[in-house]
Design a protein around this ligand. Structure first.
Ligand code: OXT
Ligand code: ADP
Ligand code: MG
Length: 570
């Protein structure tokens, strides 16, 4: 290669081939933390017209990339330095894979020859070996002429079939490698049809339609795969044509407005227990759906229909009597066609029972949402934010915490698809600010991030990033002084209890430190006023919402997952 290059004065190099390959494939936004060996790459990217957002910690850049993938159906790109930067990005890569979001973690790495002989290179680590079990695919590029192939493979792997995280390893030496510019351009690949439709078999559709037809108490469950697929119209057609109640999983809220008459969100326990046929669309029967069995699903036998792009998902927890393996858009097109024109609505005693339960739960909650208690409880504070989202349905809601997450999920109605972004399959804390930043950057919408005070702490430093890029993000920290509650006691020593933070902390001052707006809200009225002012100004804002330290419960709605000690109880 070097000989070839000497004959040419029209040269390109690794840096520029990476940029050209990404741009050729429509990738123009990078979430990164600079350093050796990628600092110049970020600079050159900026000069080439790409948007390069620098974070304070790679994990947050990674969460930004992951959610960018969810929102755009293109791989979100996180760029990190070697070993420690790479490891910091890895949690997010894993999170993307677990959540089926397309993402590529591009990491600089140290010299292969030294790493493999374990001779103690700068930031020495066999990164690819570590990344492999945590992502869909991992690739390393050693030669400049292979950059096009490497990037093409990474893009295709991340978005095709079940989307997920991909690792791309670029050793430091690659960036400076030179080659003839024309040959370089010819080596690049524009990926054609990166996520091809996957058409389900006609037999599987016919089987699924038959099973649904026979149902007396049918239920549709929409998961975040359905939100990702952007099959919003088809989903509406299916739901409305069938007349079947539907239950949106957390990030599927808003595919249809939560106020839709067929929404069974507020009758969750009832529909899981009493349904006889359940049609899963882009939702897995994992822990969030109690694995499709046990107490939550009641005694009545169930038949499951499942639409999913990943064949191995079928029968993962219980028998799927009608598996439909295909992409959601194609599957629903075929399914709706096979339903024909005279689909009988589900029995009235079923839809009536669901409606009745929804109405009674909604009515029970309504007065609590109007309370003006000081200190605020979750219902009073979230009642205010619920009204704000109702008035501003384009707002993207980012949400994490335990009580802050669980109450917000059921209290705040969503009206538009992909507007609720949260902790996902792992219930991971720390996605907040990265998610908020990417949501603002990728959608251009204003963002409201509703954060437990613990949750916020995992990524709080990124409010500097929000201020630096002047993003229209309003963060509301639900400050109850701790994890789950701010009232635990340690009776065994001088340290505070393990779940307790500094009392009366003022998170709003952090935002002010970087030039953003800070508010301290002690009542629902003050909370409403401050968030509304933030929306009008569009400026980075943090509202410290003072919540009653006693208002929460251990682990929110999932306290049952905590192991118990019989010994301690004695
Ligand atoms: O039908 P029933 O009667 O059952 O009623 C249901 C609905 O029908 C009804 N409903 C409604 N009623 C009226 N109106 C409306 N509109 C309505 N809508 C619904 O309400 C109920 C409840 O409905 P829901 O929520 O749909 O149903 P349910 O039963 O809860 O659903 C089950 C699940 C499992 C699907 C659901 O609970 C769920 O999605 N849960 C996700 C939980 C989750 O992921 N939690 C986060 C992790 S917790 C823990 O791990 C934490 N950590 C540890 C940690 C983590 N996670 N990560 C890392 C990196 N390190 C450590 C930490 C540190 S949380 C945490 C911090 C917590 O402290 P914070 O300060 O941040 O937060 P606070 O708690 O606020 O202090
Ligand atoms: P939730 O947590 O909301 O229930 P999950 O993350 O468990 O959702 O499930 C999402 C599912 O959607 C995954 O099994 C994934 O394979 C599937 N999926 C993602 N995109 C598509 C698509 N375009 N077509 C079909 N299935 C998809
Ligand atoms: Mg808290």
């Amino acid at each position: 290669m070097i000989e070839k290059v000497q004959e040419s004065d029209n040269l390109t190099d690794g840096f520029h081939l990476i940029i050209d390959a990404l741009k050729l494939n429509g990738i123009s936004t990078i979430y990164n933390v600079p350093g050796i060996p990628i600092t110049d790459l970020g600079r050159f990217m900026q000069h080439a017209g790409m948007r390069v957002l620098s974070f304070r910690h790679e994990q947050n850049a990674g969460y930004a990339a992951a959610i960018a993938g969810f929102l755009t159906q293109k791989p979100g790109i996180c760029l990190t330095v070697s070993a420690p930067g790479f490891l910091n990005g890895l949690t997010a890569l894993s999170h993307a894979t677990t959540n089926c979001f397309p993402m590529i973690l591009i990491s600089g790495s140290s010299e292969r020859e030294i790493v493999d002989l374990q001779q103690g290179d700068y930031e020495e680590m066999d990164q690819m070996a570590i990344a492999k079990p945590l992502c869909k695919s991992a690739y390393r590029v050693l030669h400049a002429e292979d950059i096009g192939v490497g990037i093409a493979r990474a893009i295709r792997a991340s978005v095709s079939g079940r989307p997920g995280g991909v690792y791309l390893d670029f050793p430091a030496k690659l960036f400076g490698q030179v080659m003839d510019a024309d040959a370089g351009q010819r080596s690049l690949i524009k990926v054609i049809d990166p996520a091809p439709c996957q058409i389900p078999s006609p037999e599987s559709l016919a089987r699924a339609v038959d099973v649904l037809k026979g149902a007396k108490r049918p239920l549709i469950v929409l998961g975040k795969g359905a939100a990702y697929a952007q099959a919003d119209d088809k989903i509406r057609d299916l739901v409305e044509k069938s007349g079947i109640p539907y239950l949106p999983m957390s990030m599927a809220k808003g595919i249809l407005p939560d106020t839709h008459p067929q929404s069974a969100s507020a009758a969750r326990s009832l529909v899981l227990k009493e349904s006889d046929v359940v049609m899963l669309i882009g939702a897995r029967l994992n822990w969030l759906l109690s694995h499709g069995k046990g107490k939550a699903w009641g005694k009545n036998p169930k038949k499951f229909i499942q639409i999913d792009i990943e064949p191995r998902e079928m029968d993962s927890n219980v028998e799927i009597v009608a598996p439909v393996v295909g992409d959601i858009t194609s599957s629903l097109s075929g399914f709706i066609e096979k339903m024909g024109e005279n689909w009988a609505a589900p029995p009235k005693n079923w839809t009536g029972a669901v409606k009745e339960k929804v109405e009674s739960n909604v009515a029970r909650m309504a007065p609590r949402l109007k309370n003006n208690n000081v200190p605020m409880d979750y219902h009073g504070a979230l009642g205010v934010l619920r009204s704000i989202i109702k008035e501003n349905p384009e707002l993207v809601l980012v949400n994490e915490g335990a009580n802050t997450l669980d109450f917000a999920r059921s209290i705040i109605d969503m009206y538009k698809p992909r507007k609720r972004l949260d902790v996902g399959t792992w219930g991971v804390m720390g996605v907040g600010m990265g998610t908020a930043i990417a949501a603002a950057v990728e959608t251009g919408s204003q963002v409201l991030a509703v954060e437990g005070d613990s949750a916020f702490g995992f990524s709080g430093m990124e409010i500097e990033t929000i201020c630096r890029y002047k993003l229209p993000v309003c963060v509301v920290v639900f400050n109850n002084g701790g994890i789950y509650r701010g009232s635990d006691q340690n009776n065994a020593g001088d340290d505070v209890a393990t779940t307790i933070f500094v009392r009366d902390a003022r998170y709003d001052k952090m935002m002010e430190a970087f030039g953003g707006e800070g508010y301290n809200a002690t009542s629902p009225d003050e909370l409403s006023q401050s968030v509304n002012e933030a929306l009008v100004s569009g400026k980075p804002t943090l509202v410290n919402a003072v919540i009653d330290p006693e208002a929460g419960t251990e682990s929110g709605r999932i306290g049952n997952l905590n192991p118990q000690s019989i010994v301690a109880k004695n």
